[in-house]
Design a protein around this ligand. Sequence first.
Ligand code: URA
Length: 243
Amino acid sequence: MSMMRLDKLLCDMGIASRSELRQIIKSGRVMVDGVPVTAPEKRIDSEKAHILLDGRELRYKKFRYYMMDKPEGVLSATEDPRQKTVLDLLEGDMRRMGLFPVGRLDKDTSGLLLLTNDGDFAHRVISPKSGIWKLYRAEVEGDLGQEDAEAFESGLVLGDGTQCLPAKLHILGPGTCLVRVTEGKYHQVKRMLASRGAPVLRLRRLAIGGLSVGGERGAGGFRELEEADISALFGQDALEHLV
Ligand code: URA
């Protein structure tokens, strides 16, 4: 049983702000288990209660998972006094769900970014111990070759002595490559490619595990993950042959 205040529960669901909800509840628009509840502080069982707002059923989901196609020029942060963050791209209700980005993409990197309010999930996706791939497409200055791919495979040592885990480099053509890593150190992909004399001009994350960017209505678009997406995310091995 997980008892919560009714106004807090509805707020966590992203229905409205806490103060708006107090008014909504007091005005008798909310029914819990068939009975109108007008006390915002009323504690109810978030897992079992049957809640109606204006006759419409509401379902409580403790954890939320979204994917976004992050555009360039936006910070992977929850707030910033001066610059636009990925949270600013979300619709009103979603800003109240306690979402945060799962790891970071640099301001000038675009592509797949996950957002959640589930810390364990975020840790599982980010932790190198989970071995979840992050796949990037990079446009670089300079040439890369087989030797560079082998160096990636053996685990690069960056300029400052940082040891990287084995990674994959797949050259697509002059100045374009795919990089697959299982860790997310600061500016990792840029530093890896720079260490091979190929500074990055443009970087886009195409996939995390078996989940690819796409279907979020273009740059800045987002959508809630479905169960199949989560399975794809952790079921990356099916895609081993691609990179
Ligand atoms: N590696 C980078 O260098 N930048 C990113 O945004 C992500 C991975």
